[in-house]
Design a protein around this ligand. Sequence first.
Ligand SMILES: Cc1cc2nc3c(=O)[nH]c(=O)nc-3n(C[C@H](O)[C@H](O)[C@H](O)COP(=O)(O)OP(=O)(O)OC[C@H]3O[C@@H](n4cnc5c(N)ncnc54)[C@H](O)[C@@H]3O)c2cc1C
Length: 361
Amino acid sequence: MIPAEQNNGEFLIVGQGIAGSLLAYFLLKKNHPIKVIDKRLPGATSDIAAGIVNPITGRRLVKSWRFEELFAHAKKTYSDLEAFLDIPIFKEKNILRALPSVFDENEWERRSSFPENRPYFCKTAELGNYFNLTTPAHAWGELSGAAKVDLPALTAKFRSYLFENEILIEEEFDFEKMKIDKSGVRYNSFSYNKIIFCEGARVVDNPYFNYLPHSPSKGELLLVKIPNVEVDKILKNQLYLVPLGNDLYWVGSTNSFNFQGYAPTIAMREYLESTLRNILQVPFEIIKHNAGIRPTVADKRPLLGNHPQHPQLVIFNGLGTKGASLGPMFAEQMADNLLNETEIDKEADIDRFEENGSRKK
Ligand SMILES: Cc1cc2nc3c(=O)[nH]c(=O)nc-3n(C[C@H](O)[C@H](O)[C@H](O)COP(=O)(O)OP(=O)(O)OC[C@H]3O[C@@H](n4cnc5c(N)ncnc54)[C@H](O)[C@@H]3O)c2cc1C
């Protein structure tokens, strides 16, 4: 039994990707004591993601789930974090999309007339210097209302803040060292009120939450250098090309549900390099090749909530392909739930699943 006086209500957060960082930020803002345990393990994704916030996605040009709400939370949270960490994080950007066929052009016209899509479809596409950079397409479209979030910079600077304030424990969480008790949960020689797991795709190794329908997907990308071209918009021409400044570009990505290991693969490097060669009219130099595992869920919705038998154990995960946009709103919701037991969105609550991982009727 853990003596209650040793438990001062502190929470332990496992994982400091974008999920763990944003949750820690909201809890600290509300003056709640926390510790964060994280070891950058292979497969972690926030360090390598492009951070695109995209209102309209896929070949079918579908409006992203609850986009306006998520975007408003993201813009506010990231601008607060820019002031807190004193670094640029959030930038609104347009996305240029190649429309490779008559079908795509017609679909663009059709979708742009939907009332909920109208604010995001520009009347014309302005290629600017992309005209000389990328190969011609059948037609072009341009989306407004998108953004780019610098997830690697945010998580790195926030990590330094946690370290300097003695909040960060830089080691791998070991379930052998965890003991659940009525008054909380003990880890190593310390007592916590709750442990919140934000392990990204590593959640599949968590014996308490691996019953949920996780469906991790591996993504690979290239960082390339393309000298002397001034562009600012994001380009989608088979691959995404995201200008990072200083002649550097993020190029990706691949998406595989059937993968082995965390490391970047030769096959995907070849695919990315040859596709890039097809869509660029200028030479480029590959600077880096990275891979990460997205914490995707079968129904593509986040995972928030207490373990059905052990309410001291909590999960905040399932940000899938959209951590940059889903993170802020759901991290704040998670923090409010932890502190005030406010309701979790039904679509994100893990209570939507049975303990065998199937969807409740
Ligand atoms: C190629 C690629 C491109 C992407 N592009 C975009 C994009 O443009 N826009 C977008 O919104 N999203 C994008 N994503 C998705 C985005 O990266 C994820 O949604 C997001 O980063 C998930 O964050 P997370 O905090 O849940 O997980 P992670 O970032 O993986 O963080 C989990 C952390 O927990 C640590 N951890 C896990 N287990 C333990 C343990 N036992 N002990 C200690 N530490 C542990 C890990 O090492 C890691 O540091 C992309 C993903 C990939 C792979």
